[in-house]
Design a protein around this ligand. Structure first.
Ligand SMILES: [Zn+2]
Length: 82
């Protein structure tokens, strides 16, 4: 199959959900599930996870098992040391 020829096999990137362009010249095309750029950005996010997790991945900060945005003035904490 020449590079760029369209066939009925349409796949989408598992990260951004947009169509994967057929790259039949690349030997890994049969197994490819992500855009290279999407995969690299995931790796970058993993390296900076403590910085991007709250904005990009909707993580919520927890202190003592309680979400920070649910802590009120009268919330009691039990702190223990190992
Ligand atoms: Zn993608």
């Amino acid at each position: 199959m020449p590079s760029g020829t369209h066939n009925n096999e349409e796949r989408v990137c598992g990260i951004c959900k947009r169509t994967l362009r057929p790259l039949y010249k690349n030997e890994d095309w049969a197994n490819r599930k992500y855009h290279v750029s999407c995969f690299k950005s995931i790796l970058r996010d993993i390296n900076n996870y403590n910085k991007v997790c709250y904005d990009k991945y909707n993580h919520r900060k927890k202190v003592g098992g309680i979400f920070v945005d649910e802590i009120k003035e009268d919330t009691k904490f039990t702190i223990s040391w190992d």
